[in-house]
Design a protein around this ligand. Structure first.
Ligand SMILES: *Cc1c(COP(=O)(O)O)cnc(C)c1O
Length: 377
């Protein structure tokens, strides 16, 4: 059996090696390292794939989130509501810009932001909601957009984990994750569903004016060379990363299908096993692209299972072990523990199993056998 890895970037590279190597040598020969033709081409190809008017590439997903908030003109003291159960980058940039993060609980089944909790958290200072499409399926965007409309709030999608996922509206309309809110941020970190070979990120929007503002912000606030109209940042996707992404984008749907197939096999093995809850699929409203395959272990033995799998050569992850509202950097006296009952429970129960495009049946059988052996013992 091939060694089991959490992600297998080496295995994924093999079938695209020729294309990637050719693109990279072209860049080395031409020295077009920054803003080269691959960056432009990738931007257009991703716009076509997502059916979104503007893709603005940048240096990483965290920058992408920060720049969306700068682009929207959010000001110190403005409140931004986001989920307590997500990667810290989401709340970090809110705090960095001296906006006020307001963390709220998530739903027990989907792990995504709880709409009732969002509504409860809205104050006259609230300016934006940041739903995170956690682990690969969309938050309930239709409800979020309705609340945003009612209270006149911006919606910034954190799409770092759900690129390629499709959202289904109740009227039959479909849209790709990251093209529904005012603006979205994504990450091309190597292990993401569409990952490059270093850092990378992008912002998506259908708003022409916002796209123009953001294109200046990523480039030192310049709209005309050496005229700095606003305070910006330096955040670029480099040509080599864009080339890798161009080689991978035509395979994105296949990659996501490979993840879905692996998830289906995991589900089949675990569906009737006591003390294990398989990932809920909110399939009426969203497809799942399984950035992570995350089980809940309800007998209090999650940490022992992590150890057992490790001893058997099976890597796994706990995403996320600590609720953000309990992190030193983001603690706030205004929070009340009772408002975070779901996150507080999930951090003790969740375990993410190896999930990538190269998992084979033999590996999946081995992993499922070891998990089931442990919970049945
Ligand atoms: C990965 C990730 C980010 C940050 O992306 P980077 O490219 O690592 O900066 C932000 N939000 C979520 C939910 C992520 O998973």
């Amino acid at each position: 059996m091939k060694k089991i890895q959490m992600v297998d970037l080496g295995g994924q590279y093999k079938p695209i090696k020729n294309k990637v190597d050719t693109y990279i040598s072209e860049i080395l020969e031409s020295s077009a390292f920054i803003n080269g033709p691959h960056v432009h081409a990738f931007q257009k190809e991703l716009e076509d794939y997502l059916k979104v008017k503007h893709v603005i590439p940048c240096a990483n997903g965290t920058d992408a989130l920060q720049i969306t908030m700068m682009g929207l003109g959010l000001q110190p003291g403005d409140e931004v509501i986001t989920a307590d159960f997500t990667f810290a980058a989401t709340v970090e940039v809110i705090a960095l810009l001296q906006l006020t993060p307001v963390l709220v609980d998530v739903e027990e089944d989907t792990f995504n932001i709880n709409i009732e909790a969002v509504k409860k958290a809205i104050t006259p200072k609230t300016k934006a909601i940041v739903p995170v499409h956690l682990f690969g399926q969309c938050a309930n965007m239709e409800e979020i957009m309705a609340v945003a409309k009612e209270y006149n709030l911006y919606v910034i999608e954190d799409n770092a984990q759900a690129i390629g996922s499709t959202y289904n509206f109740s009227d039959g309309r479909k849209a790709k994750a990251g093209t529904i809110g005012n603006v979205a941020a994504t990450s091309f970190f190597p292990s993401k569903n569409l990952g490059c070979y270093g850092d990378g990120g992008a912002i998506f929007t259908n708003d022409d004016e916002l796209a123009h503002t953001i294109r200046g912000i990523v480039n030192h606030g310049m709209y005309e060379r050496y005229h700095h109209d606003v305070v910006g940042v330096n955040s670029r996707l480099d040509s080599i990363q864009a080339a890798v992404l161009r080689a991978k984008l035509p395979n994105l749907d296949n990659y996501n299908n490979a993840r879905l197939n692996a998830a289906n096999k995991y589900d089949e093995a675990f569906k009737d096993i006591p003390h294990i809850i398989i990932p809920y699929r909110d399939s009426k409203i969203t497809t799942h692209v399984f950035h992570q395959y995350t089980l809940r272990v309800t007998n209090g033995k999650r940490d022992e299972l992590v150890k057992h799998l490790g001893e058997n050569g099976i890597p796994c992850g706990v995403y996320y072990p600590i609720p953000l509202h309990k992190q030193k950097a983001y603690a706030d006296k205004r929070y009340n523990e009772d408002d975070f009952s779901v996150t507080n429970m999930l951090v003790k129960e969740v375990i993410s199993l190896p999930m990538h495009t190269e998992l084979d049946d033999e590996q999946i059988d081995f992993i499922t056998t070891k998990v089931i052996e442990f919970v049945n013992k």
